[in-house]
Design a binder for this molecule. Structure first.
Ligand code: G1P
Length: 297
């Protein structure tokens, strides 16, 4: 039987240069969709999947993330005095049990694989999850929970997977599929950001992983890969070469690439429309906007 997954790594050390100047002063993970920062969506998804230990791999300039998950006694006292119970309730999702969250600094930006490796001492000998907060996934059942359920049957290591247009394969880790079983695929290889025309399929890795602790050893051995960085994809590919199973999981849900401006805007619209208190006013605005644009053309 596969082991329960209780630890998750959140690589949050990236500079977020695509969102400058905003990210000059705030971590990109604090940027908000409607009223919740990206990191909150990631934490909520992890909690729903049974994660109890949250490991942030951070860097200089990211202390707003630590404040966000700390208690805020003055704010809470003033809300309590004003009888704002509903706001106190909203704040609860930012509370972490003492000791549930750990911060590790990645001292040099050597890539995603290196960021995950930085957490090796806290992971020990247990399988663990990795969530990339840039990939926001709207789903009835949260994506990581779907994967934890599938993993209970398969064991091994597992990555979230999604078909992408052929011309976009060079922006992703791409799976070489050995056996396609529908929502699950058995993988025979993985390539990080393959050059145009060389991708083994159009099935891309999306930022949710359940990994065997042996990955940490591979991460300690691999050489720099795509973009001169230590790539998580390469360490997972080494797993397969060592004869261990790796699966891709085609999740049910809609993924937004919140690491890009267009994806972030799409997510803002989708999450805004999904809010009962905003839906009517916002969809009316969007309808008017589209008809005005059409009339002007
Ligand atoms: C990372 C991974 C890549 C994966 C992607 C999903 O790349 O290295 O394998 O396909 O996330 O969002 P990044 O987008 O950080 O360059």
């Amino acid at each position: 039987m596969s082991k329960r997954i209780t630890k998750a790594i959140f690589p949050v050390a990236g500079l977020g240069t695509r969102f400058l100047p905003a990210t000059k002063a705030i971590p990109k993970e604090i940027m908000t969709l409607v009223d919740r920062p990206l990191i909150q969506y990631a934490i909520d998804e992890a909690r729903a999947a049974g994660i109890r230990d949250f490991i942030f791999v951070t860097a200089r300039g990211k202390s707003a993330l630590e404040d966000y998950f700390d208690s805020a006694p003055e704010l809470e006292a003033s809300l309590r005095r004003a009888g704002k119970e509903e706001l106190l309730e909203i704040l609860k999702s930012t509370n972490m049990d003492s000791g549930a969250i750990a911060y590790i600094r990645q001292h040099k930006p050597l890539g995603l694989g290196h960021a995950v490796w930085c957490a090796r001492r806290l992971i020990g000998n247990e399988p663990f999850a990795v969530i990339l907060p840039d990939d926001v996934i709207a789903a009835e059942k949260p994506c990581l929970q779907q994967m934890v359920e599938a993993y209970a049957e398969t064991g091994g290591s597992m990555v979230a997977a999604m078909e992408v247009p052929k011309e976009q394969t060079s922006a992703y880790g791409i799976l070489d599929v050995k056996e396609d079983m529908g929502s699950l695929v058995k993988v025979s290889g993985m390539v990080e950001k393959p050059a145009a025309g060389t991708a083994p399929s159009s099935l891309a890795v999306i930022g949710r992983y359940i990994l065997s602790p042996k990955i940490m050893q591979n991460l300690g051995k691999i050489n720099r890969g795509a973009a001169g960085e230590l790539q998580l994809t390469d360490a997972i590919a080494a797993e397969m070469e060592q004869g261990r199973d790796v699966f891709g999981y085609r999740f049910r849900g809609q993924r937004f690439d919140c690491g890009s401006k267009a994806g972030f805007l799409q997510a803002t619209v989708a999450f805004g429309l999904a809010r009962p208190e905003l839906r009517e006013e916002f969809s009316q605005y969007l309808t008017e906007l589209v008809s005005m644009r059409n009339a002007a053309q």
